[in-house]
Design a protein around this ligand. Structure first.
Ligand code: 25A
Ligand code: L14
Length: 341
């Protein structure tokens, strides 16, 4: 595979740091690595394949100056909105982790295990969007089931880690835990979350919309349909839990055809980048601590509905910074390279 110049925008953030690690592990064919962040971090060092790289400030001109061919963006929606067009103008393909471009009809929204062929539409605007973390792990587990049994409807409740909201959100939770043990929790601050997150559970991620759902919940609704090319009914309740890393989901699926737990397990065993851990008698099922640093999506607690033969329940867990962000972006980049070379 030919070697390319790769920029990581947000290289000092929770997802950006993970992108460097995943590219290293996948032996991504990097010619020159260009780590970019805000002026706050310019001059900082990051390590990649045993070498030190200096973080540069993100500017409108840097993509052209450094002859960037692939630009991985993970520095928030407003940063992508402003700078992605400059990267495209300079001839790079942008793989964007934010929600900014996802629902634009001419921009592909890709999970390589589910809709790899959509990458070809990168030509339209020079941009490929990376879905929301909770959506990625869910559609990866839905795909092998949909192929055989036909999905009509999905009801999901998420248990989302603090790292989804970035590094400073993880720090906020750890600070509150420290304050708890110093008997100072009532003085502890919260900026990243609408309430204290340590020793708590918050049924709100992102802002509320007029229909009573949050933006995060509506992302799962809209993105699932776009990725799966199918008008599946989705209803989501997204909840923040005091976990640093690893999103969990309790998923209820309504099928066109009747299903058994064994048949579902069999289909999932054959799913791409899916690991089944389902031995409840021995208390074996995936948990956030099971999936840290893993590149697969884990499924357990697979069981049929008590009342209906066409309804199944399961538990889906993945590392949100990897499967839900960095790994998916790097897999898109590899597929893009394969197609373009
Ligand atoms: O704007 P949004 O959409 O609400 O997104 C908010 C955040 O979500 C994360 C990411 O947080 C983003 O900033 N994010 C984005 N996509 C994500 C995804 N798919 C995602 N999280 C999960 N899944 P982050 O903190 O992990 O990473 C931020 C990175 O972006 C760089 N950055 C920010 N603004 C920038 C910018 N780069 C260029 N131009 C800008 N205007 C950021 O670099 C980081 O690499 P940095 O230099 O700003 O931050 C370096 C370190 O500084 C700390 N820090 C962050 N904010 C502040 C701060 N310190 C002081 N004051 C602050 N306000 C952090 O610890 C950071 O690591
Ligand atoms: O849309 O706060 O990709 O957990 C992913 C992380 C939105 C916020 C996205 C979180 C972001 C979400």
């Amino acid at each position: 595979m030919r070697k390319v110049n790769v920029a990581v925008v947000g290289a000092t953030g929770a997802v950006g740091e993970e992108m460097l690690r995943v590219m290293e592990e996948y032996d991504f064919p990097v010619n020159n690595l260009i780590p970019l962040a805000s002026a706050r971090s310019a001059g900082a060092k990051v390590e990649f394949k045993g070498e030190e790289y200096t973080v540069l400030e993100l500017t409108e001109k840097v993509f052209e100056e450094k002859e960037v061919e692939i630009a991985l963006f993970s520095a928030g929606g407003s940063v992508s909105a402003h700078y992605a067009p400059y990267a495209v103008e300079a001839g790079a393909v942008v793989i964007d982790n934010t929600s900014h471009f996802r629902m634009e009809p001419d921009i592909p929204l890709v999970v390589p295990e589910v809709n790899p062929d959509d990458i070809a539409a990168w030509q339209n605007r020079g941009i490929i969007a990376n879905p929301n973390c909770s959506t990625i792990q869910m559609v990866q587990a839905l795909k092998p089931l949909d192929d055989i049994f036909g999905i009509k409807r999905v009801d999901v409740a998420t248990y989302q880690a603090t790292s989804g909201a970035g590094k400073s959100a993880m720090e906020e939770m750890v600070t509150q835990m420290r304050d708890f043990f110093a008997f100072k929790l009532d003085e502890s601050e919260h900026n990243k979350f609408p309430h204290q997150i340590a020793l708590n559970v918050i049924p709100q991620i992102d802002k509320f919309m007029d229909n009573g759902y949050t933006k995060e919940e509506m992302k799962m609704v809209n993105e699932t349909k776009k990725i799966m090319h199918k008008n599946i009914e989705v209803s989501a309740t997204c909840v923040r839990v005091p976990v640093l890393r690893g999103h969990s989901e309790a998923v209820t699926i309504w099928f066109e055809r009747d299903i058994t737990a064994d048949a579902a397990r069999e289909a999932l065993y054959n799913g791409k980048n899916i690991v089944v851990i389902d031995n409840p008698q021995n208390s074996e099922y995936p948990m956030p601590i099971t999936v840290v640093d893993k590149d697969e999506t884990y499924v357990g607690r697979i069981r049929k509905d008590i009342y209906r033969d066409n309804v199944l329940h399961m538990w889906v867990v993945a590392d949100n910074l990897r499967v839900g962000a960095a790994t998916n972006a790097v897999r898109i980049a590899l597929k893009w390279l394969e197609m373009e070379s």
